[in-house]
Design a protein around this ligand. Structure first.
Ligand SMILES: [Ca+2]
Ligand SMILES: [Ca+2]
Length: 130
């Protein structure tokens, strides 16, 4: 009996160790956004493996563009639904009358126990005035 328990423990530990968390990356699939032409920019957050359940990916936002002013503020997390490999984050520039220089939006993935952050952990897009 004892040997079965020990065996079960070893198998359980092996299963736990091999339960890989997905690796998450981000790319700017549309790195150019423009205010005057209502041209959005997009980031795509993707993961490899582990698609059997919903995955929430956390991120921080930087860059020279001001959230809530140059574009609607982003929530800082995105859900990749079960069965899908990626989620799109759209940055739609806010139109105003003031001329501006091109400004950047940088999305950086945040570490979380639910996933590994891959090499492509940060992406940048540019908001042009025109
Ligand atoms: Ca665009
Ligand atoms: Ca403007």
């Amino acid at each position: 009996m004892r040997i079965f328990l020990a065996l079960a423990l070893v198998i359980g530990l092996a299963a736990f160790a091999s339960a890989q968390v997905p690796t998450v990356t981000v790319t700017a699939t549309d790195a150019r956004a423009a205010e005057a032409t209502k041209d959005p920019g997009t980031f795509v957050v993707s993961h490899t493996g582990g698609a059997e359940k919903d995955l929430t990916v956390m991120y921080s936002i930087g860059g020279t563009a001001t959230p809530g002013e140059d574009y609607p503020a982003l929530p800082g997390k995105v859900a990749i639904p079960a069965g899908t490999a990626s989620a799109v984050i759209t940055v739609m520039p806010v139109q105003d009358k003031k001329p501006e220089k091109p400004e950047t939006v940088i999305l950086t993935l945040t570490e979380d126990p639910a996933y590994e952050v891959g090499d492509e952990k940060s992406a940048i897009l540019t908001i042009w005035d025109k």
